[in-house]
Design a protein around this ligand. Structure first.
Ligand code: ATP
Length: 322
């Protein structure tokens, strides 16, 4: 049953993540295949307030599957969160006869989508954040690409660390989550991974580094930005270990770049699920992947739970770091 969905809106919100463009492309083309018109709103919820949109055609989303960032741009809007802002957004959607809205972003953006739903606007989220901190989905768009970027950067750092026999502390993103640090640490063969979910004991780590340096050309410490600052970690280690220590903050370079194959495929799968869900009359939920299956998870469930780290994987990565 088509549920009379004729027009949908789509926007990207919060921090940009690779794979957003691939999701926009897939959503537009699948919607048009389903005879649904798509309005692309610029700069997230800000564009909903100013009614800044463009009708998207198959051609208009050509050549973007491999581009990082988002062609619809993104923004953060405080006004949108107010009652007046939400009402204005709803009115603008109504004026254009939009039947449902796809929000591509993180959990902040989904709270905005939930608030619109509470006003009677059908909404569905597509998770996209390099932090991979959204409950209910194993992966969010952008996470795999960011991991691949980190791996290629750390492998360059490893070359110099090994040549000069240095200890390197590398700070990765992730906000309050250690997901990116755990997986990049494991994938890069890091010796120690510091994450916000587990109390950092720099004295213990420095002593461990001191005792384990024998026979090692380099030591790599990956620190999540939410756990500590790389510079401070490097200074503490230097104080306790009589050895050259350098640090590197990878920064925004982790966000950009052409999406990985995993993110492109996932973007297409999420877009299809989002549209099928809208067409079936669904609202107030996000697309997700769990145990390799694409599904739908209610916003309610997402907001009342916190994603936890894979502690077993974290411990295992330290077992391998011998
Ligand atoms: P990222 O994880 O990449 O930062 P995000 O979607 O969590 O992405 P936010 O900056 O938290 O990013 O949120 C994006 C926008 O969503 C905000 O600018 C605001 O307009 C809206 N938003 C955020 N939190 C809420 C909330 N609690 N209620 C309503 N709207 C919200």
């Amino acid at each position: 049953m088509q549920n009379n969905i004729r027009k949908i809106g789509i926007l990207t919100s919060g921090g940009d993540a690779s794979g957003m463009n691939a999701a926009i492309r897939a959503a537009v083309r699948y919607a048009i295949y389903k005879k649904i018109e798509v309005y692309g709103y610029y700069e997230g919820f800000k564009g909903l307030l100013s009614n800044n949109y463009k009708i998207l055609s198959n051609n208009s989303v050509g050549g973007i599957i491999d581009r990082g960032g988002t062609v619809l741009y993104t923004a953060r809007s405080e006004i949108f969160k107010t009652k007046e802002g939400l009402i204005k957004a709803k009115e603008n959607l109504k004026k254009s006869s939009i039947d449902a809205l796809i929000v591509i972003g993180g959990d902040g953006s989904f709270r905005g989508a939930r608030d619109l739903n509470d006003l009677g606007v059908n909404t569905v989220g597509i998770p996209a954040t390099i932090d991979n901190d959204i409950y209910g989905t194993d992966l969010s768009l952008g996470f795999d690409t960011a991991l691949n970027v980190i791996i290629s950067l750390v492998s360059k750092i490893r070359d110099t660390a090994s040549s000069h026999e240095r200890i390197f502390v590398i700070e990765v993103m992730g906000r309050n989550s250690g997901e990116l640090a755990i997986r990049s640490g494991l994938a890069c063969g890091a010796d120690y991974v510091l994450i916000p979910e587990i109390k950092v004991d720099l004295v213990k780590i420095s002593n461990a580094i001191k005792n384990h340096r024998e026979g090692k050309r380099h030591t790599l410490v990956v620190v999540a930005e939410g756990a500590a600052k790389a510079e401070e970690v490097a200074s503490s280690i230097k104080l306790l270990v009589d050895h050259e220590v350098r640090f590197s903050v990878l920064g925004h370079i982790q966000r950009g770049g052409s999406p990985s194959a995993v993110d492109r495929v996932l973007a297409a799968q999420f877009a299809k699920k989002a549209i099928d869900f809208i067409v079936s009359g669904g609202t107030n939920a996000m697309t997700a992947i769990s145990n390799n299956k694409i599904s739908i998870v209610d916003f309610k469930e997402i907001f009342s739970n916190t994603k936890t780290i894979d502690k077993e994987l974290y411990d295992y990565s330290h077992i391998l770091a011998k």
